[in-house]
Design a protein around this ligand. Sequence first.
Ligand code: SAM
Length: 733
Amino acid sequence: MIRIDHARVFDGEGVLDDVSVFVDAGRVAAVTPTATAAADPAAARADEVIDGTGHTLLPGLIDGHTHVMGTLHNLRLALTFGVTTEVDLFSFPADLTGWLCDTAAHRDDLADLRSAGTVICAPGGHPAATMPFLPTLDGPAAAGDQVRLRQKEGAHVIKLMLDDGCHHGADLPTLDPVTVAAVADAARSAGLPTVAHVADVATVRTALEAGVDAVTHVPPTAPLPQEVVYRAAAEGRFFIPTLAMMEMSCGAPGGRALAADTRIAGRLPADALAALTGGTEGLCVTVPSPELDFGNALESTRRLHASGVRLVAGSDANNAPGRACPVVHGVALHRELELLVAAGLSPVEALRAATATPARLFGLSDRGRIAPGLRADLVLVEGDATIDITATRAVRRVWRRGVPFDREAARAAWRSGAQVPTAGPGSAVGSDSARVATTVGGAELTAVGSTALAVAAARAAESGRPDRLFQDPVAVQVAVAAGGALAAWSGPRGELLRQAMGDYFALRTRYFDDWLREAVAAGCRQVVVLAAGLDARVFRLDWPAPVRVFEIDRADVLTFKDKIITGRVPLFGSERIPVTCDLRDDWPGALREHGLDPGLPTAWLVEGIMVYLTEEEGDGLLARLGALSAPASRIAVEYGSRAMFHTGNTRTALDATTGTDTLHTLAALWRNESTADPLARLAAHGWTATTRELADLAAEHGRPTPAAFDPRQPGTARITLLSGHRHTSPDPS
Ligand code: SAM
């Protein structure tokens, strides 16, 4: 039992003075006048009595608009700054979102999480235009199904996208009014609140007309007309203006000043502080225009409040390690509160917008207020936040479900984390591969390393298909983190490559998936993925038995991968052992050092790498892995040759593009001439193998044969997928 005395208490609705708050078993047990508290029988049972003199006790803050960006790290950051619940308004894919919400529900060192999961958007619209693997809605007929699917996936709220990308220099299709209304109706029947993301006055009108519960953002180009505001008030709608985001997006300087506030800066991890001071990623407006004026957003908010529209404080925070968005989890909500006050709310009204009001909108009936029986999500701040709203930044104590959060431990962990060195480019293999080609999410990838992005882009696209051959959470995370950086592979610039390769990467992936399951079922319990890149098999395959998966690649790729998976992609049952080594160095030694047992059968996966090695290097690789292969070991290899770039199709594509284009980059990297028959090559190294015809594989999965490798088309290339088992004892070399 905890007892907090003498604090000024904002209970979610109003101010209580001279009360004591009792917390027991994760709940608020009582709120009683301090004068009589000592006489309360509960007082004697208090294990800790906190003197709140000079402080304000608040319900845990609720941020009504965030993006958790797939990482629990953000929920820890939020809790540090007194945000005990985040409402995420777009997270993908659904199983990752579910895992984040479940984890957050049980861990008191994280803010609790509610999520809309996948947004509902138009085909080709925002954000599907840059994330083509997202499901879309093409009319009212399927609205009910889509809402039910979201509900089944665990969504707590339905988010609709009404944005033609005008603030990003685009003109995209958007959900039409009838479809928006159908979604709103279906959500109402399902008992889920709806939030519409708007971009301009017209989309605000559409959202209100359709009957959504809440509108998020306020147009930066013009204040909302008074009749729109009156309508929102009369119909009891909520608005989540996200002023902290609008301010940053319009280039207004105020938000960055948080970095100079000692109550905040000292508690921020280095990456978040850097994002706050200089980051520009993840803003909701990216094309500067003379019409953009944060004053418009502020004026709309003023009008909404003055007319009685219920406002919810939401920051739209979407930073993450490696994602330099200046709207930072936890701290941005404090700026939002300050901006709400600037828009005319009293500090008490602003506090209500971050406590009782979002609880009402999102159906969080167990929190948002300090009252007996409710969750003891509490924040104690120094000063009187009911008079000076910036006092919310002076957080002194945070409890989640009555459990104190150790802010010092979080700060110490971030300090030590900040010392982890960031990777430079990997060791040189050749001038092309050593060059830094892409910077994604703060990590630098060499040209050859960035080919892993091509495979990830293809796997992310496959993961979004209803008839998908697999679901790859790492690839989807890469696509979300990399955004525009993937355009070379998945956007219009990658179109020629995509047309030529068709479903090749998906088919190849599935072929090796099936082979690996079989290899493990047949007794291989250690798997080595050579040049693993962003391979996700250790995370996603339903292995027949627990396995140890060794992933070898160069430093640039494994460091990037680490950024993507840490805290985002859960690992079930099996063990992942990353081994940073160049395949021309002593990787067998590195494998032994990391625990590979050459006395046990191993499954070797050689996917997407032979083409980047000369024939001699490829043979050397087979000889070395052969020496580590116990009887019953297995192997699967993909062979292709430079000949691929001499075919008619590819030549045409190369001629149509410039030397810096994706296909040219690939052509420059491919080195294997593949003069010998791959089966004979494997046989010479002690493997009995068979090949799988790509056309047969495609037919088995109901897919067209990829154009670049279709034997029925003239001038196409050969690509060979093989798998086999060991027919000799380990090669003593
Ligand atoms: N096998 C993975 C897959 O299919 O997802 C990745 C394939 S990606 C096309 C090629 C990978 O080979 C990159 O991750 C790159 O870093 C790696 N690679 C290329 N040359 C390498 C070398 N000499 N040593 C280690 N890795 C190398």
